[in-house]
Every structure is written in structure tokens, then in C-alpha cells.
Design a protein around this ligand. Structure first.
Ligand code: NAD
Length: 321
């Protein structure tokens, strides 16, 4: 069995490797070669924690496993990250445990890779202004990955807690882009690509704020009740997702579909665009929207890549099991 500790993961995998792994598994999902199993998520009645696991199998890449973990709100006071996760990979031929990989850094990397994949395949080629709604832990990963997809000239951002905006300003400076803090309506009026990455339960970005031709990547809504954008915006946009079943149950699409504003059949897996079986964006005026809910296969894809990189570089910790 191979162990890759959390602290080693960032030294092994970069954004390009994560992007390629996530893009490939989205394509495999749309071909029917990879599928996610039902998600388990439980309030365990201890330490206020939510614990769960997400699992799946990629028959094309031969990756079988699960990501287990959740949210422990008391962790910060102990100097630990509130979100905790570990990926377990199994040999699909024998069922034997193949690897254990720290999943915290990987979660941020694969989530950013998903929105970057959507930008690569759906945003207008001439997109120049990136809009960021949200300034939490994920936002810096999101901005770095998005910035590599188009020749952005500027970042505009808004956050519910303005004191957190410094994270966006610092990340933009690190990338070498000017940053401006703006109100949501100005953000919508100026941005060509908008990423929403908050834990909001009410919409910030309304339909009439968004210009024709914008690409919106909704990345924060991953639970029943959360909502970042107006259901009317989802109704109006051409909508793509990682997995339709998850989008309509726990993703941003839950609201538009639940209110009868959007038909489930009109929400397409992004893998169809990657595979060329769906044209994706059809015009410069179309609003495209990616509902990135986060699936197990993304975690397994990047963890599997990390294990391969650990083996190639001689950094794999091998443990008899
Ligand atoms: P975080 O706790 O570090 O940051 C939370 C963000 O949400 C901050 O920007 C905060 O200001 C904002 N926020 C909090 N309350 C708000 C409100 N009432 N209205 C508007 N904004 C509000 O969290 P994070 O790790 O950056 O994660 C952000 C979101 O992304 C969470 O909802 C998380 O569950 C989700 N997430 C999704 C995926 C995925 O695959 N789609 C993966 C990881 C995290």
C-alpha cells in the first residue's frame, strides 16, 4: 500500500496535472465509462461534525475508491482545517487497498480544475475581465486556475465579508493582474467570466446583472438549500454540469429545476462538450453556466495522479498492509 501524506501532496501535483485529470474523468463520465456512487453525508451527533464519503469507479482509467471526511467546525480552534478529507484507492482487479492520499489540498485543486475546465470549453475566447464572488479558502485556488485559461487583464471581486477581500487582492497581485473590489451589479456589468465560490444560502448574482456572452462557473453550492445565483439566471443560461443528478439535487440547478424554470434535460454534462458530442457555446451572446457540484471521480482522478507521481519520483511511502 502507498501512503501520500497531506504535506507531500502539493509538492507532487500541479495545476496542469489536476486540470488534465479532471478534464479526462469528466469526458469518461459523459461516455458512460465512469460513474459516481450515491453520496453518504451524515450529521454524526458529535463535535458538531458532518461526516460522509463519496465514491466511484472510472472503468477507463481503472480508478476505484472513495473520499471520506467532512466538516469539523471546532478544528480551527485546534489549529486544524475545518474541512478534513482522505482519499482511499483500491485495486479494481482485487479490491485490495492500493493507496491512502491526503485529500485537503486536492479538494481545492480539483474544484478549481473543474471551473477551469468549464472556462476552457465554454468562455468566450476574448474574455478579458474575471469576476470573483467569494473570498474564502477556495477562492485563491479558483482564481489561479481560471487565470490560466484566458488572457485576462483584470480581476473584479465582491465578498459578503469585505474584510476577506484582501485574499483576492493578494492572489491577483501574485498572478500579476490588477484587482478592484466592486459591488455585485458592477461585477456583472464588467466581467466576461464570473466564478461564484461562497457558502451562501441566498442569491448574490441576479439575472439582470449578467451581460450576454458571460460564462458563469457556480462552484459554491454543494448542499440542499445553498444558492449563489438567481434561479432566473440558471433558467436563461445554457447550463452544463459535472453530474446532472447532483446538480439538480444539491447544486445550483436545484432551485431552477425545483421551481419548474429549467428542464432537467436542458442541463448537459460538461463531458459532452469535452468529447465533442455537444457544441458547447453556440454564440458570442449566449450566457453559459457551469454548475460544479463536486464529484468523487474528480477526487479519485487527482489522487490517482498523485500516487503515480509519487511512484515516479521515488517519494511514495510503501507500507505492508
Ligand atoms: P470558506 O469558509 O473559506 O469561505 C466561505 C465564503 O462564503 C467566504 O467568501 C464568505 O464570505 C462567503 N459567505 C459566507 N456566508 C455568506 C453569505 N451569507 N452570503 C454570501 N457569502 C457568504 O469556504 P470555502 O472553502 O472557500 O468554500 C466555499 C464554498 O465552496 C462552500 O460552500 C463549500 O462547501 C463549497 N465547495 C464546493 C466544492 C465543489 O466541488 N463544488 C468543493 C469545495 C468547497
Amino acid at each position: 500500500m502507498i501512503i501520500v501524506p497531506e504535506s507531500t501532496v502539493p509538492e507532487l501535483i500541479d495545476r496542469k496535472a489536476a486540470f488534465d485529470a479532471v478534464e479526462a474523468v469528466f469526458a469518461a463520465m459523459a461516455r458512460g465509462d465512469a460513474y459516481n456512487f450515491p453520496v453518504i453525508r451524515e450529521d454524526i451527533g458529535h463535535a458538531d461534525a458532518i461526516y460522509g464519503f463519496k465514491s466511484g469507479f472510472d472503468r477507463a482509467g481503472l480508478v476505484l475508491g472513495l473520499k471520506s471526511g467532512g466538516y469539523w467546525p471546532g478544528n480551527e480552534a485546534r489549529g486544524l482545517t475545518n474541512h478534513q478529507s482522505t482519499v482511499f484507492l483500491f485495486d479494481p482487479d482485487t479490491g485490495r487497498l492500493h493507496a491512502v492520499v491526503g485529500g485537503n489540498y486536492l479538494t481545492a485543486l480539483r474544484t478549481a480544475a473543474a471551473s477551469a475546465v468549464s472556462i476552457r470549453h465554454l468562455a468566450r475566447p476574448d474574455a478579458r475581465v474575471l469576476g470573483m464572488i467569494g473570498a474564502g479558502h477556495q477562492s485563491a485556488f479558483q482564481m489561479r486556475a481560471a487565470a490560466e485559461q484566458r488572457d485576462f487583464e483584470r480581476v473584479v471581486g465582491w465578498n459578503y465579508h469585505p474584510e476577506m477581500l484582501s485574499r483576492l487582492a493578494e492572489t491577483a497581485a501574485e498572478i500579476g493582474l490588477p484587482f478592484e473590489a466592486v459591488e455585485p451589479d458592477e461585477l456583472g456589468a464588467r466581467a466576461d467570466v464570473i466564478i461564484t465560490i461562497t457558502s451562501s444560502f441566498s442569491p448574490t448574482l441576479m439575472a439582470d446583472m449578467v451581460r450576454p456572452g458571460t460564462h458563469v462557473a457556480c462552484m459554491g453550492t454543494d448542499t440542499v438549500g445553498k444558492q449563489e445565483v438567481d434561479a432566473e439566471l440558471v433558467a436563461r443560461a445554457s447550463v452544463f454540469t459535472d453530474e446532472v443528478a447532483q446538480a439538480i439535487s444539491i447544486g445550483e440547478c436545484q432551485h431552477a429545476v425545483g421551481r419548474g424554470l429549467k428542464a432537467q434535460d436542458d442541463i448537459r454534462p460538461i463531458g459532452e462538450v469535452i468529447n465533442g458530442t455537444h457544441p458547447g457555446r453556440r454564440s458570442a451572446d449566449e450566457i453559459t453556466l457551469f454548475d460544479g457540484t463536486g464529484v468523487a471521480l474528480q477526487d479519485l482522478a487527482v489522487a490517482s495522479r498523485v500516487v503515480a507521481l509519487a511512484e515516479e519520483s521515488g517519494r511514495a511511502v510503501i507500507q505492508e498492509f
